[in-house]
Design a protein around this ligand. Structure first.
Ligand code: CP
Ligand code: NVA
Length: 326
């Protein structure tokens, strides 16, 4: 565990809180497992996972913020692996009336075998993981979105081959997805070029961690500089779920829209990625979003495969790698 970002490790429990927490070989093996499981699904042999690795196990999916992809892909993934999912909104739980995260973690640990949490507070995620005696997976906080970026690695590689040494350009808000992408740049050894306004830069702690790990990072306020020659251009909404200053952001981010003129500066076969939901016309123009270069729906699908591999890593102890065998 990385002491800067994560709850202290509780025994041998494997939490997936941030991409910086795992070693790069393990992350690579999780990606390989996800790709293998995707191939199984494409062969359409049912049941998809006859070994049902998490048969009889329960996973709680807890959301204090809206979600389409994370919620559905985790629920489908748990069921495909033979387990059962319980989807909960914090508004319906006693957390919503002030029960502590500490007590919630200790209670849920008596009922379920893993917890996925989407929350508006990164501290709440760390607190939950600290007190939970079952694995906790980060389903998005304002600080990071690692399950998204695991899917993004798969998506890049299925379109353009190994990501190591390639160049990814991030244009727009230096937000939670950007932070996880920077951590991934260090772990998967790709170059990252970030164009953000000075007031919306990614986390300094994340940048420092990635630089200490030898990551090749360029920070600029100029989208053209970031995108020039890049293999992939990535953006995200200008107003994230936890932001409370939409008008200010929309104004500051206006020069950071990904349009055809910007994409023309990237490599000739460059792809466009976006975690979705998109606000077409704001952070990306319709012609880019709907173009052949846009792989956003592959990205969405790959959430499923990434999440299944993450669940197996978290829940299957030391034998988790065997579930990648076909
Ligand atoms: N990309 C993503 O996390 O989508 P949802 O908010 O729909 O889960
Ligand atoms: N940055 C966005 C991602 C949504 C999936 C948000 O936090 O709202």
């Amino acid at each position: 565990m990385n002491a800067h970002f994560s709850a202290s490790s509780t025994g041998n429990i494997k939490h997936f809180l941030n991409i910086s927490d795992l070693d790069s070989a393990t992350l690579r093996d999780i990606i390989t497992l996800a790709k293998n499981m995707k191939a199984m699904q494409e062969n359409r042999k049912f049941p998809l996972h006859p070994a049902e690795p998490i048969k009889g196990r329960m996973v709680a999916l807890i959301f204090s913020k809206p979600s389409t992809r994370t919620r559905v892909s985790f629920e489908v993934g748990v069921k495909q692996l033979g387990g059962s999912a319980i989807v909960l909104s914090t508004h319906e739980m006693q957390i919503g009336r002030g029960e502590t995260i500490q007590d919630t973690a200790r209670v849920l640990s008596r009922f379920v075998d893993a917890i996925v949490l989407r929350t508006g507070s990164n501290d709440d995620l760390l607190e939950l993981a600290h007190w939970s005696s079952v694995p906790v997976i980060n389903g998005l906080t304002p600080f990071s979105h690692p399950s998204q970026v695991m899917a993004d690695i798969i998506t890049f590689e299925e379109h353009l081959g190994p990501i190591k040494g390639r160049t990814i350009a991030w244009v727009g808000d230096g937000n939670n997805v950007a932070n996880s992408l920077i951590e991934a740049a260090a772990q998967f050894e790709f170059k990252i070029r970030l164009a953000t306004p000075e007031t919306l830069m990614p986390s300094e702690k994340v940048l420092q961690w990635a630089k200490n790990k030898g990551a090749d990072i360029l920070l600029t306020c100029n989208p053209k500089e970031a995108v020039s020659g890049a293999d992939c251009v990535v953006t995200d909404t200008w107003v994230s779920m936890s932001d409370d200053d939409p008008e200010k952001r929309l104004k500051i981010l206006e020069p950071y829209r990904v349009n055809q003129a910007l994409m023309a500066l990237a490599a000739p076969n460059a792809i466009f990625m976006h975690c979705l939901p998109a606000h077409v016309g704001e952070e990306v123009t319709k012609d880019v979003f709907e173009s052949a270069r846009s792989v956003v729906f592959d990205e969405a699908e790959n959430r499923l495969h990434a999440h299944k591999a993450m669940l197996i890593w978290c829940m299957m102890g030391d034998n988790w790698r065997q579930y990648g065998e076909r």
